[in-house]
Write a protein that binds this ligand. Structure first.
Ligand code: IVH
Length: 662
């Protein structure tokens, strides 16, 4: 009997979903990758012939949509606060004592889970379909990363919903094996390594192209199930079991502990066995299991009183300092870097550690050839803790008097810790400034990586960022690892960068103290690069958040003759020197600066911001003398205090609505 195409497609999807679940959630595949790929191809072909049957929850639709311009901020249904930490047994027992007192003698249990070292993300489902994924952000609002989250195969696109709308919170992580693969690949391409799996998971989730996120093979473990921002089940354990039943990945290394001693045993066990896991954990999270008891315990302003994170001690490892080399950064600062005999610290290979500066080396008394203790505490680049054993033929490190890259003079400013190369044309500085100029979020010149920049500078093809715009295909093809196709691509990307808005051009120039945000403010305020270059320091300071230090730095930059020449060349190359006028210039609120604080009764902050901007006003984060109005809602805090101290007008939502004429 012939099946309809719709039925066939439905069946294939169900099969694929089951195999994704077996593979990505349970880690128990029943078929080979080839078979899976074949099924997927079959479904794709059918869908191509019948595009009207494609639905967003189809397994073929994980990577879709176009790359994005940026991420939109979204408010969380309820705060995503962090947890208080217990750093040792004593602090964990203190926590337990407080819980015992507050529950008033009733029995209680701890649901204990591993503390996965990734980043938390909230995922919203409507009628069983994945609709919205939001990063934690500042806990109140995060970024909409839905397109990227959809590529995480452990995250179901559809589930049999127990409620019309619900929310799952959990941790996005990168397995160690993928982390190492990614870093090996980046090293091959001459790109900098990621410091740890957490950073690479965060970086991978926040790229603008879902295709890249997909290639990073992120994982997601769920640990909260909420409806309207509240726990849906009566106990945390029930939530975890329900999540697992619904098809979410829930970490299986969990336990219900009857008392603090059981909890401590759980912690000790996993602290010892953490290296057996294929992912990073930095502790154990214990939650009072009963939601009624959680409610009774309540929250402080920062964290729930019913949960605690027991943190493991940082991992340490001994290894030998094989050399100390100097890295020259974009500002010319020389940083001594210890090159270590590679050593695995909790599954991550470490071969370098920063020594910061001469003073730090003196404090540690470390020399080349020493055996040192290094520490990796999850979130930072490894650091050298102390010398374990002085090398027999140890050699001291001396900060070079001449820049190792260009031979220019190295000067350590009096009272400062940093030594700097004084040559503004130093190739190392030049390379760093080209990388900064081309970076994602700045001029976005895809393909302009370390390996290429090295060659361009070393062969004298590029002596300033302006030279990028004069490069020819013939020049590029001569370079190593450069085929005709990739040369063309890069030239096209360089051409395209000419369309980047003024704020990015300003950021790209690398003016000290002018980063992304200040550049945006300058562009918004003055609208024209020449106006900024010609403005006196006083005029510059009329811009929000621009103080004397920043103004001076901008002034100095544009006075220097080679910077003047650079600007002229960039102008001739056709970069954007004027800011496209904002639609509402001259609106009712033109020139007015607002700060929003607290919860507004009738709209979200995003909505309020949109209304203000539509009327020509501006919204900033912090209150200063330049703020025109603070719009205060319920539970407004320190910003309101600051407004009162500075004498800034405070208004409520109603007044705001009148001002915008709504
Ligand atoms: S529960 C109110 N459970 O740790 C409950 N968090 O320091 C909030 N984390 O932001 C979180 N594993 O990113 C919880 N099993 C786990 C966790 C976990 C990792 C992270 C999470 C959170 C941070 C708190």
């Amino acid at each position: 009997m012939a099946h309809s195409v719709a039925e066939q497609i439905g069946k294939l999807r169900a099969e694929l979903r089951r195999h994704e679940y077996l593979y990505y959630v349970l880690d128990q595949p029943e078929i080979s990758d080839d078979e899976y790929d074949r099924m997927m191809r079959g479904l794709r072909e059918l869908e191509q012939k019948h595009p009207e049957l494609i639905t967003p929850d189809s397994p073929t639709q994980r990577v879709g949509g176009k790359p994005r311009e940026g991420f939109v901020k979204v408010r969380h249904s309820s705060s995503m606060l962090s947890l208080d930490n217990a750093l040792d047994e004593g602090e964990l027992r203190d926590f337990d004592r407080r819980v015992r007192e507050l529950v008033g003698g009733a029995p209680y249990r701890y649901a204990s889970e591993l503390k996965l070292d990734g980043l938390s993300m909230a995922v919203h489902y409507e009628d069983g379909l994945l609709k919205l994924a939001i990063t934690r952000g500042d806990g109140e609002e995060g970024e909409d990363v839905t397109g990227n989250a959809r590529t995480i195969r452990a995250l179901p696109l559809r589930v049999e919903a127990p409620a019309p709308r619900f929310e799952v919170r959990g941790e996005v992580i990168m397995l160690l094996k993928y982390f190492e693969q990614l870093n090996a690949e980046r090293e091959r391409q001459g790109l900098p390594r990621y410091a740890n799996p957490r950073n690479s998971a965060a970086g991978s989730l926040r790229v603008l192209e879902p295709r890249i996120t997909a290639s990073r093979k992120l994982d997601y473990c769920a640990y909260l199930f909420l409806v309207d921002g509240r726990p849906y089940y009566r106990s945390h354990w029930e939530s975890l079991e329900a999540l697992a039943r619904l098809g979410f990945k829930v970490n299986s290394n969990r336990a219900l502990c009857g008392d603090v001693d059981e909890l401590l045993a759980f912690c000790a066990n996993w602290e010892q066995r953490r290296d057996e896991l294929g992912y990073e954990i930095d502790g154990v999270v214990a939650k009072v299991d009963s939601v009624a008891q959680q409610d009774a315990l309540g929250w402080t302003s920062k964290a729930p009183r019913w949960a605690i994170a027991y943190k493991f001690a940082a991992r340490q490892q001994e290894t030998i300092v094989e050399n100390i080399e100097v890295h020259v950064g974009r500002t010319g600062a020389l940083t001594p870097v210890a090159h270590l005999r590679p050593v695995s610290v909790g599954g991550v290979t470490v071969s370098r550690a920063t020594l910061h500066n001469e003073d730090e080396i003196g404090r540690l008394d470390v020399e080349i050839g020493d055996t040192v203790v290094i520490e990796r505490s999850g979130d930072v680049i490894p650091k050298v803790v102390r010398v374990a054993c002085k090398g027999k033929s140890r050699r001291p490190f001396r900060m070079p008097k001449q820049c190792p890259v260009c031979g220019g003079d190295v000067v350590r400013a009096e009272g400062g810790a940093a030594s700097r190369c004084m040559n503004t044309n130093c190739p190392a500085r030049l390379k760093e400034s080209i990388l900064h100029f081309s970076a994602r979020g700045v001029m976005d010149i895809d393909g302009m990586g370390v390996a290429l920049v090295d060659q361009l500078v070393d062969q004298g093809l590029v002596k300033s960022v302006a030279d990028l715009y004069d490069l020819t295909a013939a020049q590029l093809i001569e370079l190593e690892r450069m085929a005709e196709k990739s040369a063309e691509k890069i030239l096209a990307n360089i051409q395209r960068s000419k369309q980047q808005p003024l704020a990015r051009v300003l950021n790209g120039l690398g003016i000290p103290f002018v980063g992304e945000r200040t550049a945006q403010i300058l562009a918004d305020t003055f609208g024209d690069l020449d106006k900024i270059a010609d403005a006196g320091e006083e005029t510059l300071q009329t811009a929000e958040e621009v103080g004397p230090k920043v103004a001076e730095s901008i002034g100095r930059f544009f006075r220097e003759s080679h910077n003047k020449a650079l600007v002229e060349r960039l102008r001739r190359a056709g970069l954007q020197f004027t800011h496209k006028a904002r639609p509402a210039e001259g609106g009712a609120l033109a020139g007015k600066v607002f700060v929003l604080t607290g919860t507004l009764p009738g709209m979200t902050r995003e909505e309020a911001k949109a209304k203000i901007e539509a009327a020509g006003g501006k919204v900033t984060d912090s209150v200063s003398r330049k703020t025109s109005y603070v719009v205060a809602g319920e539970t407004a805090g320190s910003k309101l205090d600051k407004a009162r101290t500075l004498g800034v007008a405070v208004i409520d939502e109603r007044t705001l609505m009148e001002m915008v004429g709504g």
